[in-house]
Design a protein around this ligand. Sequence first.
Ligand code: PLP
Length: 401
Amino acid sequence: MRYKTQIPFNVPSLGREELRAVAQVLESRWITTGPRTKAFEQKFARYVGAENAVAVNSCTAGLHLALVAYGIGAGDEVITTPYTFAATGEVILHVKAVPVFTDIEPNGFNIDPEKIEQAITPRTKAIIPVHFAGEPCRMDKIVEIALRHNLIIIEDAAHALGARYRDKMIGSFAHASAFSFYATKNLTTGEGGMVTTNDSEIADRIRMLSLHGLSHDAWNRYSALGKWYYEITELGFKYNMSDIQAALGLVQLERFDEMQKKRRELAELYYQLLVDNDHIVLPPRPANIVHAWHLFVIRLKKLCKKLNRNFIIRDLNIQGIGTSVHFIPLHMHPFYQNNFGYETGDFPIAEKTFESAISLPLYPDMTETDVLEVVDALQSSIDKNEKADLKHKVGYAEEIY
Ligand SMILES: *Cc1c(COP(=O)(O)O)cnc(C)c1O
């Protein structure tokens, strides 16, 4: 069956207010970092409950600057999950540290705190937990490990704006947390990011590094020497956010709670419709967290080894339903295998999870009917898959679910 409606995997929620905000910033003629960026930083810090927020041009830039600001560099090891996007591993290498991957939890998507503990060496300096799909990692355990071993926690919070671990907002308690405002993320500025931290010196340093390492003192001397004066005090980067992005961000932040409410309702509906489906493992939603529902990632079980996930994705696509896969584990990519000796087989839980994962459409502009259509299409694809390749039926995923 082919549906009339095409349901894309992701559509950013942008309305008239965003259009007006961007028009206003253009009319003002102040289009780079300026008053709107400052206002966005202040409102964002207040929203997540952090002392400071520094706007940057991506989450990747934010993670990179947080590592630099905390002095992590050559010879240091940084523990993170292989079940993440390119950015998380890349920034560790850009500061010349070594990424040390540890496997995810047996029945989830997040890094396993027990395995972090086992990977710690005298060279370990930091942990980068990734709150996959908007589900916070087990932060009580990770914070406890970090305290015991004197490690810095830099959160990859690209998926986790609005998430809470117990009573705390993500972004309010780690050494630093980096958020993404990429087109598909829960709050978007097209491209953009934010670092939050309760350490004001670190925030100042990140801000300075984000604009070529120009000294604040020099900025302050402007009035005495004239506007042309500045001093380069250390090697910096060009990672600042523009006021065009910040104008979008300010509107999105105003709308954020309402957008999150919609995501929660749609996720709840997926749950209700899929909870009895014995081909599917639903995403974890532990009781002590607020999930940000950036992604709704199901895992398939008991399907045919040959076709399974890829068959379903192709068939959903034919039915007009967009999906995606998060993530191809970093250690399975040629770059990591060729340069660091990682091999497929090193992180079996991440690999099996990847092989069975499908991210279903989830965004505030979806309707409940859209969710019903996705679920119908999914059931139809599963039925086809079952019929297509019964002779290869092996139930390979059951050992971990
Ligand atoms: C999107 C994403 C990033 C990178 O965000 P950018 O703003 O595009 O740099 C980092 N980590 C994860 C897990 C992501 O999904």
